[in-house]
Design a protein around this ligand. Sequence first.
Ligand SMILES: [Zn+2]
Length: 437
Amino acid sequence: MTELLRAPLFHTPRNPFLQDRGLESHWDGGLLISDGRVAAAGDYQAIRAANPNATTTDLRGGFLLPGLIDTHIHFPQLRVLGGLSRSLLDWLEECALPEEVRMADESHARGIARRFIHALASHGTTTAMVFGAHFAPATAALFEAAGKSGLRIIAGMVLSDRRLRPELHQTPDGAYRDSSELIRCFHGRGRLFYAVTPRFAFSTSEAMLEVCQTLLREHEGLRLQTHLNENAREITEVAKLFPWASDYLAVYERFGLAGRGTVMAHNVHPTVSEIERLAASGTAVAHCPSSNAALGSGLFAMKRHVKAGVRVALGTDVGGGTGFGLLKEALQAYLLQRVAPDGALLDAAQMLYLATRAGAEALGTENEIGDLQPGKAADVVYIRPPADTPLSAVLERVETPEQALAAIFTLAGAESIQEVRVEGSVVYRQTAGGPHL
Ligand SMILES: [Zn+2]
């Protein structure tokens, strides 16, 4: 089945931080999808002429973007969104951890999993790297809901054996056993993949970090996700817990946990050496600007990371962040960089790259997803603002693709996400009677 979608389209096949003309845009755009793959992306008339038999779907009035990629988000924290006015460690103790304990109840976990996956899709996110729960059945519930949805989900059971709450702690042996079983059940099943997930060095002993290393060695293609240098108090505590480590990153390096396929969230307070080592090892950083601002963690040194060659992508960090929208997250990155000392001045192409292709590069899946080049999976978001909204008014008068894209990042929320596809198949469509999955 070959289908030709007609609408203005944008994607960033090249890194706009490194090259001019990173943004590719087609005002009268065509996206030819064949068997779930992008067969062509470009000018509608040219693609139409070369493929006269393709079924055309006229989507003019809206815009096509690659599926959005969220590289840092917590499944059990859906209901703690909005816990403002605290810093990281107090927020964990008072808001996040009590809610995460409730994931011991499997039926509760199933309900949250369904709503969590729906929220991803309804915000245009087609791929996400997700912190599961501290409990295996709840993490399995996340994978099962993800499997039914068609989204690409990389997730893992969260591992900790100290300093949180006793209900959330596992033994290293138990963590190994449960993780191995979850890997056996879900890793590589359809669009699901497993990420070994030590919560952060603050809550994991050396024995637990060794378990993480063992799991990575025992299975092909696993990813790893954790947190790094988020908050000043956290960093001081980690230094006390691992007195042999020269810095925070060195804790993870000792156990072979840095490198390609690893995503470390935040890195708001890095040393010069840490930035250099992240770049050298290909370790990615998930930048979560809403969370960094909401928890008062600090301002991310985007320029220093990019200049050093660190892979930087975006994460919403629900529930330390402020919601599921990656478009809003890219805007938040823009806003914080605007006021940061020596901040980067982000343009619309860089914002799109951060929300799409940069995520694919961080996850090591850039050959499969992240832009709309021929051969890629047809993961697409169709954005069309409702009539009589500020965004629809702005889009009436824009004169260039860059202006349209900047307006979308500034004003588009979930109400403007009309349709979301993964490998060409619709995984979410907003209907007149309200959204459904
Ligand atoms: Zn986080």
